[in-house]
Design a protein around this ligand. Structure first.
Ligand code: UD1
Length: 418
């Protein structure tokens, strides 16, 4: 299962070069099945979710090569539209292939998507939108079969700005005749990156980053070169991690504005923060006390993907703070493990409340999902003594070269196979 062994209590200090965003590369890789010719993707994060996606693309007949962070995908000779069950369950993002396979083959067979267990995660908005474009949906024996002889442009209003539904519908719309409008769309920066990639391939999409996206379908798409945008969640994790140890960090290679909600919070809390367009520098002074009240929300609100890491950070300085979780109903599993380390926190309905400031102590803990696992890494680095974090497979889904990056900052972390 893998474990991280951390000797806590060291001040972390130094530079972090931010990797390409997990939530950008996954839908972009799914989109690549619609294109013909070679795609070169630069700055692909070395995470297991990318490995899972490339295994799926390989099973569909794409030609794939990889050298470090450069991935080449050629989907010219796609031969399959059914995603093998065991691969589908490895990660939720495989659901994007519903839209892209429908666009490419007029047919897709998927199973109920997998992913971290942080809530119900239904896909009704994806399916309703696809049906509005003319797709037929059959659910039988755990499979979802989608078919469309031809897709047609549609005016779709999402009941909720779902990131995955927005991206899936953008992909299917690429093959639809006429214009598709997605209203109340999600506005995450990763959607803008997807639009940038599609347009580089010859597509015509506009509006990403706003609440209405317009897709002109029916254009043929060729492969292109694209560099994946920086990962704001990875960046936020290192920001919180270094400050939690009383240290400082220079984050390089991130569109700074994408991390504004967290940066403002830290500035208000008295941390030194400086930035340019694509760098953030931050340092602890040593006497910070934060009392904040945060609520997770769709972008540009505070990201649910940073909620657990913020809670871990606040255990030492955030007495009286609370974080309300509004996106996923089951995202507090990590708090049980933080309590084992001495954190004085409690859950009250949708909120995690930091009751007291504590110096955490090392413990044997278990990651239950990706971002909850990252919160435990932060806690382990802050804590006095040794921490063992089990189930590293969850953390590896979204953090590439985590041990190397932490060691470069001066942290003491080792990975063991068991
Ligand atoms: C994406 C991100 C994930 C992030 C989340 C919210 C990727 C690969 N993953 O996940 O890291 O935490 O956005 O920012 O980009 N919902 C429905 N019906 C649907 C779809 C969603 O009810 O058909 C609900 C979900 O249960 C959840 C909320 O909408 O409560 C947000 O989900 P969504 O934005 O779709 O998240 P994901 O795309 O799964």
């Amino acid at each position: 299962m893998g474990s991280y062994h951390i000797k806590g209590g060291r001040k972390l200090s130094g530079e972090v070069t931010v990797s390409g965003a997990k939530n950008s590369v996954l839908p972009i890789l799914a989109a690549s099945v619609i294109t013909k010719g070679e795609n070169i993707f630069r700055r692909c994060p070395e995470i297991s979710d990318v490995d899972s996606m490339t295994r799926i693309l390989d099973a569909l007949g794409c030609h794939i090569t990889r050298e470090g962070s450069v991935l080449s995908v050629d989907a010219s000779f796609l031969s399959e539209c059914r995603i093998p069950d065991e691969l589908m369950k490895e990660m939720r993002s495989s659901v994007f292939l519903a839209g892209s396979l429908l666009a490419r083959c007029g047919e897709a067979v998927i199973t109920s998507p997998g992913g971290c267990d942080i809530g119900r995660r239904p896909i009704d908005l994806h399916l309703r939108g696809l049906m509005k474009m003319g797709a037929e949906v059959f659910c039988r024996e755990g499979y979802i079969e989608l078919r469309a002889r031809s897709l047609r442009g549609a005016d779709i209003r999402l009941d909720y700005p779902s990131v995955g539904a927005t991206e899936n519908l953008m992909l299917a719309a690429l093959a639809a005749k006429g214009i598709t409008r997605i209203r109340n769309s999600a506005r995450e920066p990763e959607i803008e990156d997807l639009q940038k990639y599609i347009n580089r391939c010859g597509g015509k999409v506009r509006g990403a980053g706003t609440d209405t996206i317009e897709i002109e379908g029916g254009r043929s798409l060729t492969g292109c070169e694209h560099s994946i945008t920086g990962d704001r969640i990875e960046a936020g994790t290192y920001l919180l991690m270094t400050l939690a140890t009383g240290g400082d960090v220079l984050l390089k290679g991130l569109e700074r504005s994408t991390l504004d909600p967290l940066v403002s919070l830290l500035e208000e809390g008295g941390y030194h923060v400086g930035y340019s367009r694509d760098e953030i520098w931050a340092a602890a002074k040593g006497d910070e006390r934060m009392r904040c009240s945060v609520a997770t929300a769709p972008y540009p609100g505070f990201s649910t993907d940073l909620q657990p890491q913020l809670a871990a950070f606040l255990t030492s300085v955030g007495k009286g703070s609370s974080i309300e979780e509004n996106i996923f109903e089951n995202r507090f599993g990590y708090t049980k493990e933080l309590k084992k380390m001495g954190a004085d926190i409690e859950i009250s309905e949708k909120k995690v409340i930091i009751k007291n400031n504590n110096i955490l102590c090392g413990a044997d803990v278990r990651a239950g999902d990706l971002r909850g696992g990252a919160a435990l890494v932060i806690a382990g680095l802050m804590a006095e003594g040794d921490t063992v974090i089990r189930n590293t497979k969850y953390i590896k889904r979204g953090y590439g070269k985590l041990e190397d990056k932490i060691r470069l900052l001066g942290g003491d972390i080792r990975e063991y196979e068991k």
